[in-house]
Design a protein around this ligand. Structure first.
Ligand code: UD1
Length: 327
């Protein structure tokens, strides 16, 4: 079947990773329906669609069906599946702040676990068994276990779980990007806000880790590469008629320290990023990076952008949109 008549449901499609994936799906000619509860996306009161979706429509010159819906609402989900016949589902709708999840564990289990269960229930009832998912946080493990059991119970399911680490950057147009609520938890959006003067100084959480310069090392991946990983995974399912549960890492396989990221950002932006070393942050580890060779071999996917591209696109987005999607 041509991509044009292949209808994809993207849950959480107004979020950071979701929106970039929606853009790449449209560019690959897929038909896209987005559902999102807008808990972490900006919508102007005068519009029915959130700002990022409007911008994607403009960039691609294509229309997106947008439905405001929370995946914990089973009846609303059912109505959507009644109305649309989906060929694939890419599931991003989840809560993902580690700190917040310690304060509100029940909300996290409700959205990430119960919400995913609702989605799977409706998919089963409407016989949509082609699914590519990406749950967050501590609930990731639970949901993968659920998906494994589901695939064992019925061979018609095709599930790909994509594991990835530190998505950063923005679309090269500078029109869509990461727009965190409040104080950013993560390194790159924090640096970006310092670079435009929204925050005074970056706090580096520890320089006594067992790494070359003592600061934490992570596998940063450009958001567009990551979005393409989702498109490739879906095309893989579509072409190979694959069944069962599969897991792929999406990363560059290369780690950068906090100090290296700062250096790369300063080079890309020409801005000085003042910083101060403070105590380690609870829960942080010294280094984490991914071996993405399986995704390369099976999906034909590879990260194409380097740390310089990631910083340059983050800078471009932040400069164009100092207050995110709010004008
Ligand atoms: C975090 C999440 C992870 C999520 C990922 C998404 C935690 C514990 N984990 O990973 O679940 O998938 O984001 O991108 O929150 N750092 C500073 N100063 C800051 C912010 C971060 O020094 O203001 C350091 C951290 O100590 C770490 C590195 O920068 O060494 C990256 O941190 P961050 O961007 O928060 O990502 P992770 O913690 O790796």
């Amino acid at each position: 079947m041509a991509n044009k008549s292949w209808k994809v449901l993207v849950t959480g499609g107004a979020g950071y990773i979701g929106s970039h994936t929606v853009l790449e799906l449209l560019q690959a000619d897929f038909e896209v329906v987005v559902i999102d509860n807008l808990s972490n996306a900006y919508k102007d009161d005068n519009n029915i669609k959130p700002e990022c979706i409007l911008r994607i429509e403009k960039l691609t010159n294509k229309k997106i069906v947008f439905i405001q819906c929370d995946i914990t609402n089973l009846n609303e989900l059912r109505d959507i599946f009644k109305k649309h016949k989906f060929h694939s589902v890419i599931h991003f709708a989840a809560l993902k702040a580690v700190g917040e999840s310690c304060e509100k564990p029940l909300e996290y289990y409700k959205t990430n676990v119960c919400g995913t269960l609702n989605l799977l229930k409706v998919m089963r009832d409407f016989n949509v068994k082609c699914n590519c998912t990406n749950p967050y946080g501590k609930t990731k493990y639970m949901v993968e276990e659920i998906l494994k059991d589901l695939c064992t119970s019925n061979q018609e399911w095709s599930v790909i779980s994509l594991r990835y680490f530190n998505p950063v950057g923005a679309h090269s147009s500078g029109q869509i990007g990461e727009d965190p609520n409040g104080v950013p938890n993560n390194l790159m959006p924090y640096i970006a806000q310092v670079s435009v003067g929204k925050r005074e100084i970056l706090y580096i959480y520890g320089n006594d880790y067992d790494t070359p310069d003592g600061t934490g090392v992570r596998d940063y991946i450009h958001i567009t590469d990551l979005a393409m990983g989702h498109v490739k995974a879906m095309i893989y399912q579509k072409i190979h008629n694959s069944t069962g549960f599969k897991v792929f890492n999406l990363g560059t396989g290369k780690g950068y320290s906090v100090l290296e990221v700062i250096q790369a950002f300063e080079k890309a932006s020409g801005q000085k990023i003042p910083y101060k070393i403070v105590e380690r942050r609870a829960g942080d580890i010294s280094a984490s990076y991914a071996d993405a060779s399986l995704a390369n071999k099976e999906l034909g996917w590879q990260a194409t952008k380097n740390i310089g591209d990631m910083c340059l696109d983050t800078w471009k987005w932040q400069q164009n949109n100092p207050n995110g999607y709010k004008r």
